[in-house]
Design a protein around this ligand. Structure first.
Ligand SMILES: *[C@@H]1O[C@H](CO)[C@@H](O)[C@H](O)[C@H]1NC(C)=O
Ligand SMILES: *[C@@H]1O[C@H](CO)[C@@H](O)[C@H](O)[C@H]1NC(C)=O
Ligand SMILES: *[C@@H]1O[C@H](CO)[C@@H](O)[C@H](O)[C@H]1NC(C)=O
Ligand SMILES: *[C@@H]1O[C@H](CO)[C@@H](O)[C@H](O)[C@H]1NC(C)=O
Ligand SMILES: *[C@@H]1O[C@H](CO)[C@@H](O)[C@H](O)[C@H]1NC(C)=O
Ligand SMILES: *[C@@H]1O[C@H](CO)[C@@H](O)[C@H](O)[C@H]1NC(C)=O
Ligand SMILES: *[C@@H]1O[C@H](CO)[C@@H](O)[C@H](O)[C@H]1NC(C)=O
Length: 430
């Protein structure tokens, strides 16, 4: 059996003062033309822009079943509290408060294990690179439910102490899932107000406006943002656009004295892409989820955009480079290269913490690639904490759609096993 299809996108934040950002964007496009030409001889291909990407730190959420090292870490407490591999109570268990609390503590054990292992692997990778990555992009679900203590743990474990900047987005678990399901909407409010403070502190120009009406505060906008990121020399750059939960997600709700009117980032992306139509710098559209209807909308939008700009870019020997990066489905770590208007547009599941996977994006001024990684616990793997998976070329002319699934040696072994049992079953049947 072939292993399924999946996809999607990222997040964006728009602009409070549109004119200002317009000027900035136009300047960016002009000043970067030299390094972005498709057939450029001037660009220095030893100068590499690197970004790291992952999703779903999600304090606190169980590991993926396939994350064998993590399930080993929770094995004894799981047995004690009568929980199976998926943290469900074994059949026939009489569930009482002790067991329920035991389950919660097993979830925390797994979540902290996966975050710790992921953190160690990223620290090692970053320290081993000649050029430091420009940022770690986390595409949503920073927390499991937006509770204050969950955000505190995210802040302590990642945000307050990491060697490279963060480009963060929020996911359904940070706000969508807890709206009207958390006292006074305080969970969603906690996450959104922290996030608004984050974009402000980092001088990210986000699409959010704050107004005071009588004694109440009202926030409106999509919370999307665009950030130009460059290699340490400043010569090789890309645009990172963050759209948060999904391309078409919008919601209005109130918490104590605060009204949140969150709009879909669709209009924001549309405007940003129009401002960026002259660039062949990579444009990385980030969001949390991009399945089903979401990927359809993203593809439609990119199809229209590319149709409008392709001829002009090509006559200048330039090549549009746009890709879509997302998380949400924890077990997925894969790249779909879709042909849109005859060029490759990568749709990438960047990997999740509960699966201990992440991705590295590299751009040398000409070619862009994504490399998958599996993070491993040093205690269980003789100090080997990084398993490098495949590297996929992202852009160029496109003949037919391609699909790659990142496999580590454990998943490869399982696929082999599945194939063998299938072959055996066929022999018996024939
Ligand atoms: C945008 O650029 C124009 C022309 O250079 C300038 O007159 C204007 O003040 C700029 N606007 C902002 C907001 O920087
Ligand atoms: C961008 O480049 C074009 C053509 O070289 C020039 O006409 C235009 O004024 C430039 N814009 C800015 C904002 O520098
Ligand atoms: C709950 O069930 C477990 C296992 O059956 C038992 O060891 C524990 O004492 C029970 N706790 C309470 C509060 O009844
Ligand atoms: C910050 O992170 C480093 C590397 O993971 C760790 O050694 C150090 O103890 C952390 N510091 C704090 C204050 O948490
Ligand atoms: C923003 O900056 C203030 C002042 O430095 C700091 O207290 C706060 O924790 C920061 N918040 C975030 C989300 O970075
Ligand atoms: C925000 O939502 C509230 C409640 O739906 C509405 O009364 C208000 O007009 C909205 N504000 C904006 C700027 O859309
Ligand atoms: C870019 O990729 C093409 C095709 O794989 C390869 O021939 C070329 O050498 C690469 N150029 C650079 C600068 O990496």
């Amino acid at each position: 059996m072939q292993i399924l299809y999946y996809f999607t996108f990222i997040f964006f934040h728009s602009v409070i003062i549109a004119v200002e950002s317009f000027n900035e964007t136009i300047n960016d496009v002009n000043s970067t033309d030299v390094t972005t030409q498709f057939s450029s001889t001037k660009s220095d291909t030893n100068d590499i822009l690197t970004l790291l990407l992952m999703g779903d730190t999600q304090f606190h959420f169980p590991c993926e079943e396939d994350n064998v090292q993590c399930k080993l870490a929770s094995k004894r407490p799981r047995a004690f509290f009568q929980l199976d591999n998926r943290l469900e109570f074994q059949p026939g268990t009489l569930v009482n408060e002790t067991l329920r609390q035991g389950k919660e503590s097993c979830i925390r054990i797994e979540s902290r294990f996966a975050n710790r292992v992921q953190r160690q692997a990223l620290d090692l990778l970053i320290s081993s690179l000649d050029q430091k990555p420009a940022a770690l992009i986390i595409n949503g679900d920073l927390t499991d439910f937006g509770h204050h203590h969950q955000l505190q743990e995210f802040r302590q474990f990642w945000y307050n102490n990491f060697s490279i900047p963060f480009l963060l987005g929020l996911g359904n678990h940070d706000y969508e899932n807890n709206i009207n399901d958390c006292a006074l909407n305080f969970c969603a409010h906690t996450m959104l107000s922290w996030y608004a403070e984050y974009v402000k502190n980092r001088s990210l120009v986000a699409d959010i406006e704050r107004k005071t009406i009588n004694f109440d505060v009202e926030f409106s906008g999509s919370l999307a943002y665009t950030e130009r990121v460059c290699s340490s020399s400043g010569k090789t750059c890309a645009f990172v656009i963050q759209l948060n939960n999904a391309i078409d997600y919008s919601v209005s709700f109130s918490s104590v004295f605060v009204q949140w009117n969150l709009t879909s980032p669709m209009k924001y992306v549309h405007n940003e892409l129009n401002l960026l139509k002259g660039t062949s710098l990579p444009i990385l559209l980030n969001m949390h989820k991009c399945e089903n209807i979401h990927i359809h909308k993203v593809k439609m939008m990119l199809t229209r955009w590319l149709a409008g700009i392709k001829t002009e870019l090509e006559s200048n020997k330039k090549m549009p480079r746009v890709g879509v990066f997302y998380a949400h489905m924890h077990q997925r770590h894969e790249v779909h290269l879709h042909c849109i208007q005859g060029i490759k547009v990568p749709f990438v599941y960047v990997g999740s913490v509960p699966n201990n996977r992440f991705s590295k994006f590299d751009f040398n001024g000409v070619n862009g690639t994504v490399t998958g990684y599996k993070a491993r616990d040093s205690l269980l793997h003789n100090g080997e904490i990084l398993e490098k998976l495949e590297t996929i070329d992202l852009w160029g002319p496109c003949d037919s759609n391609e699909h790659y699934i990142f496999a580590d040696h454990v998943t490869r072994k399982r696929w082999l096993h599945l194939r063998k049992s299938r072959e055996q079953a066929m022999k018996v049947n024939s």
